[in-house]
Design a protein around this ligand. Sequence first.
Ligand SMILES: Nc1nc2c(ncn2[C@@H]2O[C@H](COP(=O)(O)OP(=O)(O)OP(=O)(O)O)[C@@H](O)[C@H]2O)c(=O)[nH]1
Length: 451
Amino acid sequence: MAETAACAPAPVRVALIDANAAARAVVQGLLQAEGADVLALSSGEEALQALAGSWRADVVLVSRHLPDMGALELLRRLRLLPGCAMLPVVLITGDDDEPLRLSALEGGFTEVLVRAAPEQLAPHLRALLRRQADLQRARILLVEDSPAVAAATAEVLAPLGMEVEHALQAHEALERLQHQPYDLLIVDVVLPGALTGLGLLSALRSRRDDLAELPVLAYSSYDERVRRVEMLRRGANDYLTKPIDADELRARVTNLVRYWRLLQQVRRQHAQLAHQAVTDALTGVYNRHLLDEMGPRLVRRAGRGGEPLTVMMLDLDHFKDVNDRHGHERGDQVLQALAQRLRDHVRADDLLVRHGGEEFALLMPRLGADAAWAQAERLRQAVAQQPLAGLALTASLGVCVWQPEAPQPACAAEQAAEGLRHLLRQADQCLYQAKRQGRNRCEMVVVTAWP
Ligand SMILES: Nc1nc2c(ncn2[C@@H]2O[C@H](COP(=O)(O)OP(=O)(O)OP(=O)(O)O)[C@@H](O)[C@H]2O)c(=O)[nH]1
């Protein structure tokens, strides 16, 4: 059994404290345009009173000069209010001055925003709200055998606006973790059943997927050094002892979720970069880097299995005329349409690469001579039969089929790369023949020896 204890995503609530009415109205307008719920205030005392009351802020934005206290004093007093220890507090100042920024950050401000023209300030505010909203969307799984303790913990976490789910036992938690995304696991070390908190942690850390790195905050009623060290040694990111201090729990949870989100962002960017590195930006098909990476593997695989491998080079005819007559942009559209046409006509395990300019290379595993010829003709017709970006064009193809007579002995990577270069050169020579013999045609060669 599991319960959900809370909180649908809500607008980010911002307490905006600025004595200057005109400047306050500008920032308030920008924040509201981004969907934030803004409480606009003009003095430090007013802010402290509001934040000590029932209105809960997700972020505080404070200008440097207030009539009744400095921003730093407001920050210090605000941190003492219940639930405000981890509240992001952003200093907004007209001075774009490095020493001031550093001393504000050292003083405990979460970040410093320079008051600029609205169009320059807007993206910074948008990013701030997005980061906050992202944090509020976090999902926590709390594994605790006592429903009363679980309810109390969820209540402590409620001001963070995160969704807290509850599992009574470790095996149930493991099941949920495998099927739903969470940003943090909070686990009581001592749990009934075959799987304890320690066991759950070990099961998680021994996985081979992203779950292995999910942040874990462990807690226990016993402040035993040995137990604490054991949990950390098994991979807990943090450890707390009951009775848990509310501000401390919120602070640790926020830190761990931020760390996780950052890690995921880095991973996403890494995957995106890796994708970009092997993709041609104009057409979206693979580029030569991928051909260099994957091509030799296909050569080795074909050799090992004694299976055919077909290499094709396809080149648009008189493409220079397209650029000359219709402009480079139209030429680009033609290349995009061609790439899509080719994608529509190749199998899932064929490798389609933009080899350069208006030339595409295709590597087709397990395609013998007859099938390769039929496929080359199909591709030629697919180009000629329908206009590309509104222009009637044709293409020529050079085809080299490597049909090993028997399985080949294993070969080194460099040998396979040289083999691939040879096959590509042969296909290129066939393409040259096709161009010389009038274009809009295919030429093919079959080789049986190791290339
Ligand atoms: N629009 C556009 N043109 C490109 C791109 N890459 C190469 N080209 C152009 O492609 C043309 C290739 O011309 P050529 O190699 O003379 O070949 P062709 O006109 O197709 O003639 P044949 O291949 O002999 O039929 C050149 O004008 C290049 O500028 C690109 O990314 N976009």
